[in-house]
Design a protein around this ligand. Sequence first.
Ligand code: ZN
Length: 226
Amino acid sequence: MDLFSHVLWTRVFTRNKLWDDEALVFAMLPDLGFLFVMMYVLLGKPMHLDFQDAMATMPPFILVVYYSLHSFVTLGIVAIIVWKLKPKLLPALSAWALHICMDIPFHSDVFGTRFLYPLLPDFYFSGLSWGDYRVLAASYFMLLVVWYYLEMRELSRHRSIVRRTDWLDRIESFAGGLINPKPISVGHGAERDNQGASGQVSGENLCGPEESQNCGTGTLAPPKAG
Ligand SMILES: [Zn+2]
């Protein structure tokens, strides 16, 4: 998909999260590989070659970078490293996963999304091109629908006195539990002072007054990266 779509869809799914800025970086990161491709096409290829012929003369490492950044294998390795070094950044990696998922059906041929690269270096699905106006129209229409739904959801919550959990809360809670089954014990002194020993972030409590007794501290998004 185009970079703008990646950014907007990520914004939809990470709205109101403390790690939304980091998520935006991860949403754009995979297309850093495409930036290298464009730099070669614009600056590095012989003048007489068109775009298609330039692909054949392009240094192989550029496509290796492109494929690697669109691979769940790379994402998995990075996720393990992040989990060990900075677990509170882990939810932001979901934006990277979303980017790959969005690209799988809408890229083909040399830019086909090798989502299992390098384990299966030539495995990809050939779908519609993201440049097809029907794909772009459907994507932006869906974007508007989802955005509108979330806005209305938020508005109704502001208006209601008792906040009830809905299906989105349950998904978030489930995902949070997978990532962080136990409360993060924040090891950094300053953060502990600010947030308490549970690692829970103020302002991100998904439970209303009626659920507060059952609200596990380990099912919430980790604190914002410093
Ligand atoms: Zn991409």
